[in-house]
Design a protein around this ligand. Sequence first.
Ligand code: G6P
Ligand code: ZN
Length: 562
Amino acid sequence: MSPNASMTSTAPNAPTVQIVSTRPFDGQRPGTSGLRKKVTVFQQPHYLENFVQALFDILPEQVGPLAGQTLVVGGDGRFHNRVAVQTILKMAAANGVGRVMVGRGGLLSTPAASAVIRKHGAYGGIILSASHNPGGPDGDFGIKYNIANGGPAPEKITEAIYARTRDIAGYRTLEGAADLDLDRLGTTALAGMTVEVIDPVADYAELMEKLFDFDAMRAWFARGGRMRMDSMGAISGPYARAVLEGLLGAPAGTVVNGEPLEDFGGHHPDPNPAHATELIAAMSGAGAPDFGAASDGDADRNMILGRDFVVTPSDSLALLAAHATKVPGYRDGLAGIARSMPTSQAADVVAQALGIPAWETPTGWKFFGNLLDAGRATLCGEESYGTGSNHVREKDGLWAILFWLNLLAATGESVESLVRAHWKRFGRHYYSRHDWEGIPTERADALMAALREQLPTLAGRRFGALEIAQADDFSYTDPVDGSVSSRQGVRLILAGGSRVVFRLSGTGTEGATLRVYLERFEPADGDHDRPTQDALADLIALADTVARIRELSGQTAPTVIT
Ligand code: G6P
Ligand code: ZN
């Protein structure tokens, strides 16, 4: 090779900012948790770029100038994650961002991204995930924006992004910039922007050590306590291995399916009784571990199990609240407990006993942000297997799992004995969610419209032994900023406190999913041993009668029961 040729090939041209013209795509409105679509939709030229540019366009006016600011970027490692991270890095540089902190390999669990944003005082962050939706080339992909408190952007921002996607004509990126090496820790420059590749686990693990009694948990394992943590082929694997098998001395193999894979190894990484069947099987029988847990695609959801015993997320929230002062991070008590409206009222009963406020918000973690920021709630939870606290501004799967482990270690009790004692003290809220997936959108909309139309006529109506005391469409006024979110789900509240709630999912990517939430209270001295679906049978029948689900959906049974 001649010296000249070698000179030209090793001296790269400095990347230059390029403006690429584009046209709007329909349907780039973020849903319950960001913009989620099929991978094939995101693979269309300009699709991701339009959304990211819309974000960079609205941030200066909605939040403040981007120049010199730090953004956190990372995702759950699903198919398309790496490609998307490279695109975003170039666009961030071309839009004048000062620094990007990106998890090694482009990875960051959702709660870890929240922790990193908060710890480093970042301007915000971009999280790539479709959470519990399946991954792979035929699966789903997603992107969402989180603000400086570490939590999902409020509707004001997501609506501004959407509005901007409607009239976008061009996006800024770099021409002549090579892809960055994301697999090596350290700092590099990209056209004037600093890119810092960080260990995705370190900041998060440090935060967990501050909240929980690691000595007690280490002793629990040392005494022979056995746990099975199923990461479902997703991003909680590296976090769980580092904390459980690393810092807490759990035996190797405690974490299963712990390698994050682009298609989650074919798992549907949604930790619930419908999809975590492998874990449920492993947790049954005499030889089963003492404690079972699972987390979802981006590690913000959790499922808790004892031997032959599954804990509902609503009960989990209530129980953690009732025992919170046994855990170092919550020793001084709770300011309040928040739950999404369809989540059972079990947490409210605990809040009442503790003399602290119970908040009821619409579905979507973003609604907890203001309450947490204002110090009016400490613990939050949703029926959809999400639990969290004021330590970050996302729900946090491993945090919830460590909270339970800390309680097992501190009390010497089993999962089942803790839950049964809870019911004996506070009563049991039998609870189930029935999902009717894949309903054609027009049919689902018509079903909800028919239900809403009936609302004024429902109060006072009787169905066998059940009487509807109140029927409404849930509307929420944020106590901190006064913003109002209406049409958040139809509630039938029965005399005695049982409830049936109907709403359409905001996270699906195909057709519509009707969610029917069912809840029945059994007092402290009542029967806590009935199979859940039996205990709820009359409410299930009432739901179908009132909403004409079978008739209007065209389906004969729910597709998922949790
Ligand atoms: C995501 C959100 C949650 C929400 C859940 C279900 O996990 O972060 O806050 O509860 O989706 O939402 P959906 O609209 O599908 O019922
Ligand atoms: Zn998730």
